[in-house]
Design a protein around this ligand. Structure first.
Ligand code: HEM
Length: 184
């Protein structure tokens, strides 16, 4: 196992354990949030579901890139890996996913923000402000990466903080435990 994959697994375990500890604290401290069945919250639920699929779609591209040994990310994480002789359909699929990532990314950020606004998420449960900040963070540095007037240094930094799994792991784990606290 390469050092980077080991690092990601250790990082995931740390985030998971910290989240379980905070979950136990919040579960015993805050009264359960009653589910609201308003017109807006029903629409908000739909946005949440679409947002989840959009995130899975985005990270499916990252996994496909890894499997095909494409990109600096794959080189860093799997330095000695030579990709299987992949059928061109996967190359075409990856090309399509690469070309559409910016639009899918912007739509994902907008959808998740709509979900949060419409549901009226309890911000005192820290999982939620954290997810909000991380999604805005991904969107912001994605924009700096794409914007052609970004200075070189900012682009480099943006790539470092945007094109990785660390924020995605936090978004997934925090959103999961946050929802456990408010869904019955
Ligand atoms: C929640 C939203 C987003 C997530 C989770 C996300 C995730 C990622 C990840 C994991 C990568 C690198 C790994 C890979 O190549 O697949 C990446 C690359 C990139 N993202 Fe995003 N992204 C999001 C939104 C955006 C937005 C809004 C923009 C631009 C406006 C953007 C622009 C880019 C660019 C330019 C790259 C590097 C080039 C490339 O790999 O295609 N992303 N993103």
């Amino acid at each position: 196992m390469t050092k980077s994959i080991k690092g990601i697994l250790i990082y995931t375990a740390i985030v998971l354990v910290a989240s379980i500890v905070y979950f136990a604290y919040a579960y015993t401290t805050y009264p359960p949030t009653p589910e609201r069945e308003t017109f807006l919250s029903e629409i908000g639920e739909g946005f949440g579901e679409v947002g989840l699929w959009a995130l899975l779609f985005i990270y499916a591209r990252s996994v496909l890139k890894l499997v095909m040994g494409k990109g600096a990310f794959a080189k860093r994480i799997l330095p000695d890996y030579s990709p299987p002789a992949t059928a061109s359909i996967f190359h075409q699929l990856l090309g399509f996913l690469n070309r559409t990532h910016v639009y899918v990314g912007i739509a994902t950020v907008a959808i998740i923000l709509m979900h949060i606004v419409l549901m009226g998420v309890p911000m005192k449960i820290l999982f939620f402000p954290a997810v909000l900040a991380l999604v805005v963070w991904q969107g912001l540095f994605g924009m700096f990466l794409t914007w052609r007037y970004s200075p070189r240094e900012l682009k480099k930094f943006s790539y470092l903080v945007h094109a990785q799994f660390f924020t995605g792991i936090m978004i997934g784990i925090f959103a999961y435990f946050g929802h456990l606290l408010i869904d019955d």
